[in-house]
Design a protein around this ligand. Structure first.
Ligand SMILES: *Cc1c(COP(=O)(O)O)cnc(C)c1O
Length: 394
């Protein structure tokens, strides 16, 4: 099997697993307990906090452990909204290609009277920093723009946007779930006030993430209860998860340059290969994209059938479309970059892992080519396209 869906989740690294095992077996104490057995768990959590802070250029007190990226996004946005509301500021700026953890939280705030500006992106999925500057008003309490998109993997001009926000005194949050562990990130250099991350996107365990919130940003707790995480996130800590997240982040940061170089070469090999397929197009920016990801649209086919046939050939991939989750709407991200419905339906996202070989990359290219021609062979849309009844878009 070739696993090419690392943007959905990644394999737990051996290093992370080994770091976690003692806390799943013998060191099961509660970090809030006073006896030394519990303190061992507490020490491990605090060591992880220091290490994670170091990896992103923050300080340990600025890290709150969460159940993942979605929770961190919710907490960051709702906290900024609460701070804003207290000051009579109820305007938020975001963009149209955010993850649903951000978009749905913003929708909720709109129902509560907040006004949200969703900035458009260009045809490559880039948010323009100048648009952010132009959209800021006196009433703006938050700008939330993702570090890198999870479908078309475009990397946004975060440092520039952060600089604008800092100058204008507006809080800046970034959903960096796809970026942490894959791109060099420094919250100070990038002018970031709040950042969300998730362990399972960088070979850590599922159900663990963190929120970085700069000193002075008053976080709101989403979960009431005990005084864990300095009262900002109640509930007994997921000790093994936190330790595993820390170990996998260290590993990812250590190997970042090597991995990025290897993945970029193979990614570009796949992009070149798939570009040979007629009436296809790469989605996202050619240059400003994550090293591991390829996203294509193929005219005249359905992304879902493509995925099923690739599965038969032993390839795990995903479609940019939300169809897999039971809705028939094509991806909001692909529509945002200007792909029309029919084209957006024929999309394919391949996110390769560090252990992929050149032979496997070539196998992917060959398999996708075969499956696309096979599906076009009995597609009524394709028949109309080649007979001239319909016009090609790509
Ligand atoms: C995966 C992902 C999330 C959600 O993270 P979970 O840990 O699965 O809750 C949020 N944002 C982006 C960009 C993601 O890729």
């Amino acid at each position: 099997m070739i696993y090419a869906d690392n943007a959905a989740t990644t394999k737990l690294s051996r290093t992370a697993l080994n770091a976690m095992l003692p806390f799943l077996k013998e060191l099961y104490g509660n970090p809030s307990s006073l006896y030394s057995f519990g303190q061992k768990a507490k020490d491990a959590v605090e060591l992880a906090r220091e290490n994670i802070a170091r990896c992103i250029g923050g300080s340990p007190r600025e890290i709150i452990f969460t159940s993942g990226g979605s929770e961190a996004d919710n907490q960051a946005i709702l906290s900024a909204a609460a701070i804003g509301r207290k000051r009579g500021k109820t305007h938020i700026i975001s963009d149209t290609i955010e993850h649903h953890a951000v978009l749905h939280t913003l929708k909720k705030l709109e129902k509560e009277g907040f006004e949200v500006t969703y900035l458009p992106v260009d045809k490559n999925g880039l948010v323009r920093a100048a648009d952010v500057a132009a959209a800021i008003k006196d009433s703006t309490c938050l700008v939330t723009i993702m570090y890198a998109n999870n479908e078309i993997v475009t990397i946004e001009p975060i440092k520039e946007i952060g600089e604008i926000c800092r100058k204008r005194g507006v809080l800046f949050h970034t959903d960096a779930v796809q970026a942490v562990g894959h791109l060099p990130i420094n919250v100070e250099n990038d002018n970031i006030d709040m950042l969300s991350a998730s362990a399972h996107k960088f070979h850590g365990p599922k159900g663990t993430g963190f929120l970085y919130a700069k000193k002075g940003v008053a976080l709101q707790n989403l979960i009431e209860g005990g005084a864990q995480e300095r009262g900002k996130r109640a509930g007994t800590e997921n000790v093994a998860g936190i330790v595993g997240m820390s170990a996998s982040l260290s590993e990812a940061v250590e190997n970042m340059e090597y991995n990025a170089k290897k993945l970029t070469a193979l990614r570009d090999r796949i992009i070149k290969g798939l570009s040979q397929i007629s009436h296809s197009a790469l989605n996202g920016d050619e240059r400003m994209r994550l090293p591991s990801n390829v996203n294509f649209c193929f005219e005249g086919i359905e992304g879902e059938s493509l995925l099923l046939l690739l599965d038969d050939k032993g390839i795990c991939a995903s479609s940019g479309s939300a169809c897999t989750s039971g809705s028939l709407d094509p991806s909001h991200v692909l529509l945002s970059i200007g792909r029309v419905h029919d084209v957006a339906h024929g999309s394919l996202r391949l996110s390769i892992g560090e252990d992929i070989t050149e032979e496997q990359a070539d196998y992917i290219i060959k398999a996708v080519g075969e499956v696309v021609s096979h599906l076009r062979g009995f597609s009524p849309v394709w028949r109309d396209l080649i007979s001239g009844k319909r016009e090609f878009i790509l």
